[in-house]
Design a protein around this ligand. Structure first.
Ligand SMILES: [Fe+2]
Length: 251
């Protein structure tokens, strides 16, 4: 399967122009609610495991495999869904929990039906255990890196114990990956109460997250190939519904 063909690349320049300057935004989708929060926490507490690096992509501090520590970790997590055929090329390896998947069937079903993907590779629940420095996520395959300059990366906030927002974007034109980002250049994602999903532009902006002990959060990381038509419709609806929450680059 040619994974690059899953993205309608000829649409990308137009979408980049249309959404220029938008770093991130909440998505106009109903809140994703767990089938059973009790079961979720029971399984999470029992099974949560460290997420290991298994492949170097552009998200790593350097792309030289000899200088990357494969023992470096920054998240704990579990996967609810993983395309086993594609897993070998994924940057991070997350323990798949059948118990977790079985306990939240409608949550997973809704991710597949409501989010604008042509194909989903993985649904992972990640909780940082240290500061995540600003970076670009890598695409699969890396030849897709640099192509989609509009909000395509989608996350669901499953749980956040932090008193204030911790996930931020910063202009890639101003800052290099894995450098210290001054506070005035951190654009924090704030979610309205009626949605827990957001998207960001993973090319023109870097993303990172503060880690403030003892507060934990769990983000649902959905990786796949976006459906440009459905995404465009959803972005338009989201901009219309949450104009004050759209994060635009400050001049
Ligand atoms: Fe990332």
């Amino acid at each position: 399967m040619d994974l690059t063909q899953l993205i309608d690349l000829k649409e990308c320049p137009r979408l980049a122009k249309k959404y220029e300057g938008i770093a991130a935004l909440p998505l106009a989708l109903p809140r994703f609610e767990l089938d059973s929060a009790n079961e979720f926490w029971h399984i999470w507490n029992k099974e949560v495991s460290v997420v290991d690096r298994q492949h170097i992509d552009r998200g790593a501090p350097t792309e030289n495999p000899n200088t990357i520590s494969k023992t470096y970790t920054q998240w704990d997590g579990l996967a609810m869904y993983e395309d086993q055929k594609l897993l070998g090329n994924a940057a991070w390896l997350t323990k798949v929990s059948t118990a977790m998947a079985n306990s939240q069937p409608n949550y997973i079903k809704l991710i597949f039906s409501a989010l604008p993907f042509v194909k989903i590779r993985s649904i992972r629940l990640w909780s940082a255990h240290k500061t995540i420095s600003a970076h670009h996520d890598g695409n699969m395959p890396p030849s897709l890196d640099g192509k989609m300059r509009f909000p395509t990366e989608i996350r669901i906030m499953l749980d956040d114990k932090n008193p204030t927002e911790t996930f931020y974007l910063t202009p890639a034109s101003k800052h290099a990956p894995h450098t210290t980002i001054p506070i005035e250049d951190r654009y924090y994602v704030k979610l309205p109460s009626d949605t827990n999903t957001f998207a960001w532009n993973n090319e023109d902006y870097l993303h990172g997250a503060d880690y403030i002990e003892p507060y934990k959060k769990i983000l649902v990381v959905i990786k796949g190939w976006i459906d440009t038509k459905r995404l465009e419709k959803l972005l338009d609806q989201s901009i219309e519904k949450y104009p004050l929450y759209v994060i635009k680059e400050k001049n």
